[in-house]
Design a protein around this ligand. Sequence first.
Ligand code: KG4
Ligand code: ZN
Length: 345
Amino acid sequence: ASRLRILGIETSCDETAAAVVTRLEDGTGIIEGDVVLSQLDEHSAYGGVVPEIAARAHVEALDSLIEEALQRAGVTLKEIDAVAATSGPGLIGGLIVGLMTGKAIARAAGKPLYAVNHLEGHALTARLTDSLTFPYLMLLVSGGHTQLVLIRGIGDYERWGTTIDDALGEAFDKTAKLLGLAYPGGPAVERAAATGNPKRFNFPRPLRGEERLDFSFSGLKTAVRQAAESIAPVSDQDISDICASFQRAISRTLEDRIGRGLKRFLAEFPDVEGVPALVVAGGVAANQELRRTLQALCDENGFRFVAPPMQLCTDNAVMIAWAGLERMATGAAPDDLDVQPRSRW
Ligand code: KG4
Ligand code: ZN
């Protein structure tokens, strides 16, 4: 394929983002402009993302973010080859804003439009920074998703496991909330856990030992609540101990669940080319204990552990641009301008 440049737009949750990315002839990518505006401040008072507030914030910010991304890349709309916008899954208000904007630009500038699945963006981004060949496994752990996915190729994905209740990031956020820690909960729980005793509480490890590769985290949250309620008054040390024990339970659970996934991969692809890889994505990938656990698990099973830079793990528009570029490079047809956003996909 020839050199391709694309404008990416992401508005599916609480980050408004625009990026300009180029794919070179050899398949590598260059991030030319990357702008992300987090709506954290607007939602933190509510302890979670409020869809109406998110949609309005996307409307207010998106146009100037796109301009800024183009400016940083030093290009005009004339110099891009296509537009890629997230069309799902996510909060419908935000998806409408981003996809409509993408369609309008594509129409006005006479460029093809690629409607991108947000999860596909997470799945393919590691190929932008790391020479990864198909097939590989991806663990997506964010505020909205917990999935183990087999990436066979572009547009060829197989979900091996998902959460049957809370997402992992959600479990961190809810645990933080019931312990009176700040939102978003992940970083707060990790900080508190640093000085805690991980063996003080023996929290459950749901689905451990089960054949299927799904996850479950709501029971863990309930156990945390019961532990907190059993102590009165709760000291800072108690909170640290609960957080450390909570993270330990998650590590042990992931060891079991992901460990099974790695073994299944080796069984299905006994002659995979080179060293097989596990890629992590999503905001929870910032967690150091989770990284240590996954690294050790990969070492044990002969896998390479691939963790893209954090700004590419959390929501961004580079990943949407890149997924669009990967599709373009395969010669895939762009989407019709009447493509509709899908909140579930
Ligand atoms: O991918 P992401 O930025 O966006 C959405 O899912 O929208 O993920 C955010 C999630 C939140 O639940 C947050 O608490 C969690 O990632 N998170 C963490 C850490 N940093 C962020 N969880 C555990 N440890 C962390 N250090
Ligand atoms: Zn995401």
